[in-house]
Design a protein around this ligand. Structure first.
Ligand code: IPE
Ligand code: IPE
Ligand code: MG
Length: 249
């Protein structure tokens, strides 16, 4: 029986972020090359995207390639970039059919031209879709994003457009690549690793963290539902006491 019916619509996270980890170990466990794991990870991307759309989650951010991942063997990087191009091409009609808008965060300049082109075309084609926004983090790292934000703000200060004493959380937030999206209430990482690996450091200041021991290619819709139920059973206090939270509802 699906866990979906146990999910409370009035406590649904607006934004879920996922660190899709464990593709390499999944493939190795089957005696295959790492890229076989990445290829099989696409199915889990489809499953989680569908699950979020079905539930009514408005934003889903998937960590697909980090700044640090550029240090992997050249063959793995090339294969990943090829997979990205073919997946975006293949999946765009499904995004259109399901009303999903594609967006990306990260340093697009670093991506091979073919990859950037495919990504930009799909972003353009899906830009009017309103049911859900799927954000791919590509050549992304949170520190990279924060450094860029600081540079932009420093420029404005040097031009006299912003006074140093005016810099607040909103100004920093508005210069991040995630400025247009709400912060994720729930962050999931698969593969049993319990670390953030330079993902959305600013935005997850108050996110609930959920670690699944499943390797990413094995992650299903039901696993996503389970994570949401786990999230819904938590008390988010934002620094207050439990008693204060009870009074405010
Ligand atoms: C996650 O799986 C996908 C990417 C980082 C691109 P990994 O490739 O990190 O798989 P493991 O962690 O080595 O098993
Ligand atoms: C994080 O996974 C990046 C992505 C999922 C894209 P990694 O496998 O690269 O992270 P570490 O090296 O285990 O921290
Ligand atoms: Mg990994």
């Amino acid at each position: 029986m699906s866990q979906k019916q146990n999910i409370l619509q009035n406590k649904l996270p607006k934004h879920i972020a996922i660190i899709m980890d464990g593709n390499g170990r999944w493939a190795k466990g089957k005696g295959k090359f790492r890229i076989f794991g990445h290829q099989n990870g696409v199915k889990a991307v489809r499953e989680t995207t569908e699950a979020c759309a079905e539930l009514g989650v408005k934003y889903l951010t998937l960590y697909a390639f980090s700044t640090e991942n550029w240090s992997r063997p050249k063959e793995e990087i090339n294969a990943l970039m090829e997979l990205l191009v073919s997946t975006i091409r293949k999946e765009t009609p499904t995004l259109m059919k399901n009303g999903i808008r594609l967006q990306s965060i990260g340093n697009k300049e670093d991506l091979p031209a073919k990859c950037r082109k495919e990504l930009e075309e799909s972003i353009k084609e899906t830009e009017q879709n309103t049911r859900m926004t799927l954000i791919l983090a590509l050549s992304y790292s949170a520190k990279w994003d924060i450094v860029n934000s600081v540079k932009e703000i420093a420029k404005q200060v040097s031009l006299g457009l912003v006074k140093p004493e005016e810099i607040d959380e909103n100004i920093i937030n508005n210069h991040l690549s995630t400025a247009a999206y709400p912060h994720p209430e729930l962050m999931i990482r698969t593969s049993g690793e319990q670390r953030i690996s330079n993902f959305l450091l600013w935005e997850i200041a108050y996110s609930e963290l959920y670690f699944s021991s499943k390797l990413w290619p094995d992650f299903t819709k039901e696993d996503l539902f389970e994570a949401v139920i786990n999230y819904q059973n938590r008390e988010r206090r934002f620094g207050k006491t439990s008693e204060q939270m009870a009074q405010s509802v």
